[in-house]
Design a protein around this ligand. Structure first.
Ligand code: KIV
Length: 263
């Protein structure tokens, strides 16, 4: 049975952990979905792990459409989120046009965009058109040139701002939220305050679910993998077993462990 948004919301309410992983092509998307991962994110992280760029900034909308199409040919059941790449969401009108391409041409179920206050109007516009939207707060890879790769929400002022932005995104119509590199206690509090599922990365285990970049969890990251990631191939003899172990550990609350905390 394909995973629906109402199923994901119910999982959040029931405290049943949601497992999410990135995928960028058809064959890995097939095995990711087969392993029981409920949400596939076609992340613009593909700019770094597939295309070899230093940041996600060069990724184009055409490339996101292309990778989403590939993923959706292999994925037969997971909920598919596609990222709106850098500068494809600068106005509400542009965001609507970009999201339309990701859904109509790419076949995505939901689109994700980075930011708080800046994107509220666009989130409301998409939501009123029936487009499911996932917000993304905390470390924002598309703003790396301005803020760097740093844990966000460490002091009380920025923690309060993140909580307010999360609530504002939900009120604007976001149906899901990714929290990247936020202190675990803050991520837990935000999750408890929201009715929508919160998917964490580098944000502890108190969120409704977890996401990792697939290259990090398969141990094929070029250079140093982030501290919050775990190489599931270390104790597995195939990719399929590693994927299944990831699902089991997220469901059981074993991953992330305390050693994966960054905040
Ligand atoms: O692009 C991506 O893979 C992401 C995750 C890091 C959440 O946005």
């Amino acid at each position: 049975m394909p995973i629906t948004l109402s199923k994901l919301k119910k999982m959040h309410q029931d405290n049943d952990k949601i497992v999410c992983l990135t995928a960028y092509d058809s064959s890995l998307a097939f095995w990711v979905a087969q392993a029981g991962v409920e949400v596939i994110l076609v992340g613009d992280s593909l700019g770094m792990v597939v295309q070899g760029h230093n940041t996600t900034l060069p990724v184009t909308l055409d490339e996101m459409v292309y990778h989403t199409q590939m993923v959706q040919r292999g994925n037969n059941q997971a909920w598919c989120i596609a990222d709106l790449p850098f500068m494809s969401d600068t106005t509400s009108q542009q965001t609507i046009e970009s999201a339309a391409r990701l859904m109509k041409e790419g076949g995505a179920n939901m689109v994700k965009l980075e930011g708080g206050q800046r994107v509220l109007e666009s989130v409301a516009a998409l939501s009123s058109l029936g487009v499911p939207v996932c917000g993304h707060l905390g470390l924002l890879p598309q703003s790396v040139e301005k803020y760097g790769y740093k844990v966000q929400g460490k002091d009380s002022e920025s923690a309060q701002r993140l909580l307010s932005e999360a609530i504002a995104l939900q009120n604007a119509g976001a149906e899901m939220l990714v929290l990247e590199c936020v202190p675990a206690n803050l991520a837990k509090e935000i999750t408890q305050q929201l009715d929508i599922p919160v998917i964490g990365i580098g944000s502890g285990k108190g969120t409704s679910g977890q996401v990792l970049v697939i290259n990090d969890m398969l141990g094929i990251t070029v250079g140093k993998a982030p501290k919050f990631a775990k190489n599931f191939m270390e104790q597995s003899d195939s990719i399929q077993v590693a994927l299944s172990n990831y699902v089991t550990e997220v469901k059981a609350g074993v991953f992330p462990a305390d050693k994966h905390l960054v905040g």
